[in-house]
Design a protein around this ligand. Sequence first.
Ligand SMILES: [Zn+2]
Length: 558
Amino acid sequence: MDRLKVFTAAKIRTMDLGRPEASAVAVSDGRIVSVGTLETMKPWLRRLPHEIDDSFADRVLMPGFVDPHTHLRLSGIYMGLNYVGPIDSTDPQGNRVEGFSDRAAVIDHLRSLVDRRKNQDLEPIVAWGYDPGMQQGHLDRNLLDAISTEVPLWVIAYAPHIVYTNTPMIERIGVSSESRIHGLGRFPDGNLNGWFIETEATAVASRPVRKQLFKAGFGLKALELQGQVAVASGVTTTADMIYGIESFGREWDDHQNAIDAGLLPLRMLMVPFEVRLRKEFGDDFLEFYATMKAKATDRLAVHGVKYVNDGSYPSMTLRLNFPGYLDGEQGLTGEVPWPDMVERMLPFWRNGIQIHSHANGDETVDMTLNTLNAMQNIAPRFDHRFTIEHYCISTPAQAKRLAALGGLASVNPYFVHYRSQIHSESGFGPDRSETTARLGSLVDAGATFALHSDYNLVVAPMHPLTAAWIAVNRLSADNETVVGPGERISVERALRAITVDAAFVLRKDDVLGSIEPGKYADFAILDDDPCEVKPLNLKDIPIRGTILGGEVNLAAEN
Ligand SMILES: [Zn+2]
């Protein structure tokens, strides 16, 4: 350590329980040396040459936000397709693309795409962003055949758990009503309805459009775009929760190249998708971890393992206990059969590889807790940090059981605001919709949890202060109705869930998540102190950018 850089601020909200506030932080070699005031850190300043950076003297510094569940590369790739979603989005150049209000508008748009290409070859039209909840009903084979029975149509939902296709696309994919694939959708008479649900079926559906999806070289561009979104929302660390979905090698290289080129100002953890891990490496997957450990840096590393065990909230494919969906729908389990779950997870559990298990509906939360319980009986462990991802629809009893088994939750709270009113009428009904993301119950049970965005694969932004705002206020989309008022949590607890507790969920709280000596010098630069503003204004605090390992990244002026 030969030099110090000292950042001063109007306030530093450290998230260190013992020393919650400060006004100066000294940094060297990307790590924090001292936190306090210019006065208190004099013993350091007297001994080492230093410069004082007061460019943020009237701002507030917090620990860089940790969003522990995103899909940045995949999201960027979807952004390159024809967009048919309900909210405004951006194209790969960062230009605004307008959303479509309902299903009829989407069908009109798809028809215009078909018309525009009448005399060309019959390459499939590939679209992304459909939202059956907000756009009033699913698409299916009949609706898409009414657009064209010649041009193959391939539409993936915003939450990409369903692909909708027409007859020529089904033929291109090469399945028939005799095919036995998990997640192949059918009409009541047994004929295919054009749906491909969950990872096994969507992978089959994706084969003929792979070239269009994974355009050469686009992965790097996708990451550059998403890196800017992260800076503007104060995020300095995230985890890609479906590493290997396209290719372990290409995905790693894109991230490494983006970091080396200075295009991705983030720390990234790559969480392998178990199904792909086993497909590629068979029973030798532990060797993959050993190889990747040798490549790890403080910016890019492989972490844990990911399971997807039911469908999604916005596409209404999660699994519910009694009384189920309003219209008797069933949702779908993931492609690993539930009875095999203990056997599939045990090797990871025994080898200390942290398990991140996606469970959106309460039936899936039960299955996941049963699995954790069974593994605890077979091979008891402390500090395993087994994490339920999303935890959208749950009960207070499940929160208690999760805590009793030593499990954690990484919760998506965005649906409370953006979707609880939609799904009160469509899908889950009022009781489940109002109690989406039961954070108060987790606090009551003594469970540790994080808040995440799942960006950009559900219809919500990546913006941790908005996640905290929802957790604290639980205002639905009308901005008046408070849903599940007893599930609201304190500002302090919500801020922990986007900083130090989110770092805990990724087993990185020894080096991330608070402003303490020894940790990485990762900060979010804000205009106001989240603990001082009215809780209703939390999400509106302007964010100027981030500091990552002591290096400043300013957000583009907006
Ligand atoms: Zn996800």
